[in-house]
Design a protein around this ligand. Structure first.
Ligand code: GAR
Length: 202
């Protein structure tokens, strides 16, 4: 049986993409292969990580399209061309419309840096999530991997991992701990889980 073809959508540093690349190398991801990385930001370091791993890259910029629909159709065209089975949002900072998400039911997965349903939804991304957790005063936070549907951060949960908040945490310190202890672990495991079930269908 052939492996599921994975596309990873990124916007920034790409540490989660790196965790996926490393997991494929080490065999944690064995049912899928990353065949395409798409960035909506020029010069995102994630693109460098992809190139270093010999993975094909593409940049699709919103400003080059008149509408959000045109931007998403351009992404869809790349996914179709590469016969992608699973789309991983790894720090992709653009909310996808219902016309996009409904085209790939339970085939798009996202990593979010909190325990959903806390600190999630529109406006909660990157450091802002950790700022909100610290200002609320929660003692435990974490990360969630979930399927993507039309509700921002609202799709079915695949995996979660809790992370303790420590005395003296800043949003930056907490972000790093959540990545190291939760995101970089549960994202590869979730991708393998979904790829394994797709492979069975293939
Ligand atoms: C990660 O913490 C990811 O969970 C978060 O952005 C960061 C991207 O880092 N995503 C969101 O906030 C999505 N709502 P990376 O580019 O190093 O993987």
């Amino acid at each position: 049986m052939s492996k599921a073809k994975i596309a990873v959508l990124v916007s920034g540093g790409g540490t989660n993409l790196q965790a996926l690349i490393d997991a494929e190398k080490s065999g944690i991801i064995k049912s899928g292969e990353i065949v395409l990385v798409i960035s909506n930001k020029e010069g995102a370091y994630a693109l460098e990580r992809a190139r270093n791993a010999g993975i094909e890259t593409a940049v699709v910029l919103k400003k080059n399209y008149e509408t959000a629909f045109g931007f998403e159709e351009a992404i869809k065209a790349l996914l179709t061309e590469k016969e992608i089975d699973i789309i991983v949002l790894a720090g992709f900072m653009s909310i996808l419309s219902e016309s996009f998400t409904s085209a790939y039911p339970e085939k798009i997965i996202n990593v979010h840096p909190s325990l959903i349903p806390s600190f999630c939804g529109a406006g909660f991304y990157g450091l802002r999530v950790h700022e909100a957790a610290l200002s609320y005063g929660v003692k435990v936070t974490g990360a969630t991997v979930h399927f993507v549907n039309e509700i921002p951060d609202g799709g079915r949960i695949i995996m979660q991992k809790a992370v303790e908040i420590e005395e003296g945490d800043t949003p930056e310190i907490l972000q790093k701990r959540v990545m190291e202890q939760a995101e970089w672990k549960i994202l590869p495991l979730s991708v393998e889980k979904v790829c394994a079930s797709i492979k069975e269908e293939k």
